[in-house]
Design a protein. Structure first.
Length: 567
């Protein structure tokens, strides 16, 4: 068919979408044919949630194919490389998921989350129409080339599912680079590297290792020349991708830090009785790690974007150091350096409602740092953190990073060159820290290196770090309900708006305890409602959490077994 034979822009009988030159841009016939091979199960409705789509892997083939299609459109619209990550993070091994990564390595824009949901749920026969609708609504320039970068975690289903993403990309004529196995933050890094034309770093795994390791080595130069003996760290890798990547990377920074890997995937199941989510939610050590008294350990989650630390004291008591305490350590170090350079750069900390009340109090009252609370999900924290010269954000579960504004980076670089002695030293440290933090998303490997550097430089033991403040006892529970969307919230998810009566019930329960707080919200990654409670003792916290769970069960359509007392 020559261009002369083609109709004006619009659908042509062959099913092509024609541009104004009469050339086909989206071969909708081919899409329809391919889509049959990635058929949507009848009646399945999925939502692009806190971190993309997540459910049992066997239900995701069509979603993967369609996210390949969507990534092409997003790439054309933004004239940039777009990322697709196949992972379900801390969820069980049988689950999987997919999320798109925007040009600067950040989470997909909210308006495109809606397009993603529409596309994923479209019935087979409506798929071409929905693609055209999205292209029109988002003013996608279909003449543009598209480039998609793809990564996946170690789940058995991930390889096949990422092939379905590739099928989606290629059927719409997109180019792609399949990185294969990557941690989620590595994929975010690759996207930003490509779109910054290499300014952020080299878009290879090697480039990532080199960038982070040289920043770590530079930052810790002074600490390690004095023969420090606390430079061994035990890492629980959740039987996930973190193990592979850390094993590849560790020789790059081995002079400064020796990491011992546990739950490296050679035996155990992904995230099963191990990993950051298990440790944080059960408040106990993972299986499969050998702990020695007062030696610090950390856990990654299944895709290595979260990290929590912990240790056993001499009495065998377990101490968890979660995202809140990580944020506190990092902010106090940054604040000291900012005082040294004395340049009036603003520092802010962003948390969610899950942050322990003690951490918020410590940051505001002792450290005098402004603290903000956003809705759960890194995209909310990330956006808020961008409002500061230096924005520290962490979820209590250990997902977080630090963002430096362009202006702050320029200022720091200038001071590192021009100023004198102490000021220059502080500026140089900040310069290395900018490189060491993943500026796109929370990154367990990068955070681990930052923490290890700070502990070494400050000569802090894990106990001293832990002693910054004492966590209020807290408890998280899950309640099964028929439809979790019956719950809607406001005030950064701290107050329930619907169903009626639930917030009043929570208020009455909270009043019964001292130093208490509780809230509920529908999970964006699991089909459950999450309950959070905090109070003056673990016993009271557990009672409060149980009572609130019961209120949710009764007022929000609980299904299955009623919540039980005792954990
Ligand atoms: P949901 O399932 O929406 O609570 C969980 C975490 C989030 C975030 C996402 C993405 C908690 C309470 N929630 O979201 O913070 O990390 O997973 O992985 O930890
Ligand atoms: Zn994760």
């Amino acid at each position: 068919m020559s261009p002369d034979d083609l109709d004006p822009p619009g659908f042509c009988p062959q099913g092509f979408w024609l541009n104004e030159r009469g050339l086909p841009d989206m071969d909708l016939d081919a899409v329809t044919k391919q889509s049959v091979l990635h058929a949507k199960p009848d009646g399945l409705i999925l939502q692009y949630g806190t971190a993309g789509f997540r459910t049992k892997a066997e239900h995701l083939d069509h979603v993967m194919f369609r996210m390949g299609l969507l990534a092409v459109l997003r790439s054309k619209q933004t004239k940039s490389a777009i990322g697709v990550m196949v992972t379900a993070s801390h969820n069980p091994e049988e689950d999987n998921g997919v999320k798109l990564v925007d040009p600067l390595g950040e989470m997909l824009a909210a308006s495109w989350e809606e397009h993603a949901t529409c596309l994923a749920n479209a019935e087979e026969e409506h798929l071409p129409r929905v693609l055209v609708d999205i292209s029109e609504k988002a003013a996608v320039d279909l003449h543009q080339d598209a480039f998609v970068v793809i990564g996946r975690d170690t789940r058995p289903s991930s390889e096949r599912l990422s092939q379905s993403v590739i099928d989606g990309v290629t059927v719409l004529g997109g180019q792609f680079h399949d990185y294969g196995l990557l941690t989620t933050p590595q994929l975010h890094y690759m996207v930003f590297c490509r779109n910054s034309k290499g300014q952020y770093g080299k878009a290879t795994v090697e480039g990532y290792y080199q960038k982070l390791s040289s920043a770590f080595v530079e930052l810790t130069k002074q600490a390690f020349c004095s023969g420090d003996d606390r430079r061994t760290l035990r890492v629980d890798c959740a039987n996930g991708i973190g193990a592979l990547k850390l094993a590849e990377m560790r020789h790059y920074f081995s002079q400064g830090l020796s990491v011992q890997l546990f739950n490296d995937g050679t035996k155990g199941k992904l995230n099963h009785l191990c990993g950051a989510d298990f440790v944080k939610s059960h408040q106990k050590p993972p299986q499969g790690i050998e702990m020695r008294a007062n030696e610090r350990c950390c856990s990654f989650d299944g895709d290595a974007d979260r990290i929590v630390y912990y240790y056993h004291d001499a009495d065998g008591q377990f101490h968890l150091i979660d995202g809140d305490k990580i944020a506190t350590l990092i902010s106090s170090f940054l604040k000291e350096l900012l005082l040294e350079i004395g340049d009036g750069l603003s520092l802010g900390v962003v948390q969610t409602a899950y942050a322990n009340g003690s951490s918020t109090r410590y940051l505001e009252e002792v450290m005098k740092v402004p603290v903000y609370c956003t809705k759960t999900g890194v995209k909310h924290l990330h956006h808020k953190a961008q409002e500061f010269d230096i924005g520290v954000y962490f979820e209590a579960n250990g997902h977080g990073t630090v963002l430096f504004s362009k202006a702050a980076e320029t200022k720091i670089k200038q001071l590192a060159k021009e100023s004198e002695d102490e000021k220059r030293k502080a500026a140089k440290m900040l310069e290395s820290i900018i490189d060491l933090f993943n500026q796109t998303i929370g990154d367990a490997i990068s955070d681990m290196l930052v923490i290890e550097a700070i502990l070494a430089l400050k000569g802090l033991t894990v106990q001293q770090w832990d002693a910054l403040y004492t966590d209020l006892p807290n408890r998280q529970l899950k309640v099964k309900v028929a439809d979790r969307q019956v719950i809607s919230t406001t005030d950064a998810e701290r107050q329930v708006v619907k169903p009626p009566g639930l917030q009043e019930a929570i208020n009455d329960l909270v009043k019964k305890y001292r130093l208490s707080r509780a809230f509920v919200r529908p999970s964006g990654t699991e089909d459950i409602v999450r309950v959070y409670a905090e109070a003056d003792s673990q016993e009271n916290t557990d009672s409060l959490a149980y009572e609130v769970s019961l209120a949710v069960f009764q007022l929000a359509g609980g299904i299955g077994e009623r919540p039980q007392r005792g954990f």
